[in-house]
Write a protein that binds this ligand. Structure first.
Ligand SMILES: [Zn+2]
Length: 415
């Protein structure tokens, strides 16, 4: 009898808690695509205190502080761009390191569903403190860093050729001292034709137990991609600019341009765990590479922008535009979402991001798949027509609405 009494009391308490449940935000009726949890169905998503608290059908939104009507829209994890350039600054000759070619993150992220952006090598160990103070601390976007193996970072020209400024111990020490912000190391723009920068970055990667991203090439004759993938890099290291064909034979390609076949060692590299990142950029995406690769099933591991003033005003535009291109080439929408959310989270070892699990940080993108006639082109002028294009309706970062294109929140965030 006593036991029964307590049971009734317990059920009463749970019922009371459920009835009294208030949410910060409930997103109603959207198609939830959450690749980590294998979700692709119409569900509601409830958010409280910056976290996802429920993903279910018909969540009672009557007590929610804000309700978002996402009917006909895609609800995905906040997008993660692992190759951007956001070390914006005031030094005219500093290229992507505290210079004017980089962009201020908040101006270019939330409007396209991006909640996390990784600055790919703008800062090196010497310039990282300025990057942390001016950008990481001052941005609403979650900004992370792939630390350049060059101490001075991506200052352009001779700065990036100086192997005496490529110190793996100093780089690793700065990374480990800032492990909340640094997710790995970057090698780029080296024209010396030796393996020194790659090997130094991998050494830093081993010391800090972090991955390395490589922007390879710029030598003629080019160094062997096969050796890069199978001998110098480790599983989990990232090859960015996967689908580029550079002029003057300064970098080997992944697809044999003569036969249109993905080279056998590239398949082997994928099996070995090398990450193939898009890193679209200003000069780093050719349809002549991407179309045959996608057709053969060689999809990008991660989709990223290589965002800077040069690329965003060229054929790249933004992350959603690149994702739309891959959908246009035949990749499925869930695969494209996965390569822009859960997979990049794993690649940079930030598994708390990139999914909409109960308890996860509430970073959410709400997208519309627009239907119509759209044009997509690459740096060579090759143009294809597409019928589908992603558009960002809303971005939620850490449980707060930070972008609302058409005012679908009720009540609206007024600012
Ligand atoms: Zn870049």
């Amino acid at each position: 009898m006593r036991k029964l009494y307590f049971l009734v009391l317990l059920i009463g308490c749970i019922g009371g808690t459920l009835r009294a449940q208030t949410y910060s935000i409930v997103i109603k009726g959207g198609q939830v695509i959450d690749p980590k949890n294998n979700l692709n169905e119409v569900l509601d998503v409830a958010i409280t205190d910056g976290k996802i608290v429920q993903v279910a059908k018909n969540i009672d939104a009557s007590k929610a502080k804000q309700v978002v009507n996402a009917k006909g829209m895609l609800v995905t994890p906040g997008l993660i761009d692992i190759h951007g350039h956001v070390f914006y600054g005031t030094e005219p000759n500093h290229y992507l390191s505290n210079g004017l070619t980089a962009v201020s993150p908040d101006g270019f992220t939330f409007r396209v569903g991006v909640t996390t952006i990784v600055d790919a090598g703008g800062a090196g160990w010497q310039s990282f403190p300025a990057f942390k103070k001016n950008i990481i601390f001052s941005s609403k976007t979650r900004v992370l860093s792939l630390l350049n193996i060059v101490g001075e970072g991506m200052r352009g020209g001779n700065w990036e050729q100086d192997t005496t400024d490529m110190d793996p111990k100093m780089a690793a020490a700065m990374a480990l001292g800032n492990a909340n912000d640094v997710v790995g190391f970057k090698v780029a723009h080296y024209m010396g034709g030796t393996w020194t920068p790659v090997d130094r970055a991998v050494e830093a990667g081993k010391l800090a137990n972090m991955p390395v991203m490589v922007d390879f090439g710029m030598h003629n004759p080019p160094l062997s991609l096969e050796q890069l993938f199978l001998k110098h890099l480790r599983p989990g290291d990232i090859f960015t600019h996967t689908y580029t064909l550079l002029d003057d034979n300064v970098r080997e390609t992944i697809v044999d341009e003569a036969t249109g076949k993905v080279k056998p060692f590239v398949w082997e590299a994928r099996k070995r765990g090398i990450v193939f990142d898009v890193g679209y950029g200003g000069a780093s995406f050719n349809y002549s590479q991407a179309i045959p690769a996608v057709k053969a099933g060689f999809l990008p591991t991660t989709i990223s922008t290589d965002l800077h003033t040069g690329s965003m005003n060229g054929s790249m535009k933004d992350l959603l535009s690149i994702m739309s291109k891959f959908v246009g080439m035949g990749e499925s929408v869930p695969d494209v979402i996965k390569a822009s959310t859960w997979t990049p989270a794993q690649v940079i070892k930030r598994e708390m991001l990139g999914h909409i699990s109960v308890g996860a940080i509430a970073d959410v993108a709400i997208l519309t798949m627009r239907e119509g006639n759209f044009g997509f082109y690459d740096k060579t002028g090759y143009r294809v027509e597409g019928k589908k294009k992603f558009e960002c309706e809303m971005t939620i970062k850490g449980g707060r609405i930070v972008y609302d294109l058409n005012g679908i929140a009720n009540p609206l965030v007024v600012r």
